[in-house]
Design a protein. Sequence first.
Length: 355
Amino acid sequence: KLDQIQQRMAVIAGLQQALNDLLMNLALWSLLILAIPLVVAKAIAGVYLAFLALVILASFEAVQPLAEAFQKLGHSVAAGERLFKVTDTNPQVQEPAAPLPVPSNIPGRFSLEFEHVHFAYQSNEGEVVHDISFEVSTGKRIAIVGASGAGKSTLVNLALRFWDPDKGTIRLNGYDIRQYALGDLRGLIGVVSQDTYLFNDSMRGNLLLARPEASDSEIEQALEQAQLTAFIQQLPRGLATWVGEQGLRLSGGERQRLAIARALLKDAPLLVLDEATANLDPMTEHTLLDALDMLMQGRTTLVITHRLVRMERMDEILVLDEGSIRERGTHEQLLRSGGLYQQMVQLQEGILSLT
Ligand SMILES: Nc1ncnc2c1ncn2[C@@H]1O[C@H](COP(=O)(O)OP(=O)(O)O)[C@@H](O)[C@H]1O
Ligand SMILES: [Mg+2]
């Protein structure tokens, strides 16, 4: 479609140019046809002919850019309209008029609770999550497992208030998250997800994004815990090394470690790991899980994954299937009950034994 539009634009621009030239030449010819007989009849002097021809050419010089100007005007108006469309859309979520104060940062004193939460991205489409209730209580580790598309990341989007539930309530420390200022709420939740966004900035700049006022020693500590110290040391310019588009390219494992270091720096009391080790080879995943353990210490953690590794460390596991919780319990309990969870574990072990 873009191709077609571009083709049309080129045709229009070409026609304009051709029309311009045609008009200019016509004017010149008319002049010559009218004026030459006059010169021959000695009604006007020969030099005026050259002079008039130049005047005609010069007059076109002035109007020629007009066509282009109109085209540019059209472009600008269309771009402006698009901008207004963006700024005029209502935000998905509203800030509270009188937000609650931020709960003070006492490590391990944070809980997150979903109560009968229903949600659909589009009102005319089916619900993506149905009647979800669970609690990640203070200092606990809860895992949500399920196939891709089950609605796991949607729950994270809801907890961060990128959308609000259609029905039900999400609570932080007992209060509806809609009562907190958005910035405060998001400041309390550290997220390590599958894709880590790197900005076109230095390594240090990318880390400081999590907490701009962090000191050098805090950065060093975070790097140590995320097992990045050796990697940074071998970089040509250490923390000043440029990453992103024009700089250093990081491997999947390195990016995830950077994300972990960011979360450590942010030091949020609630932690969400959304497929934090997906797409990594088993060796890298293994060492990263150690770094993640460090991160989870003293934090209330929600772990989201479709890979069932180290599940025995979780306080509770919820099995999400097509937006509903089908099973819940500890690793032991779920294995014994012989349901969906056990099938998922067996399937994964089967795949592992093949490789
Ligand atoms: N921004 C969105 N707009 C519309 N539908 C979405 C959006 N994000 C996810 N979905 C749909 O919601 C369902 C659940 O997606 P998701 O929560 O990402 O699952 P999971 O994280 O378990 O793989 C999928 O069918 C997906 O297509
Ligand atoms: Mg997901």
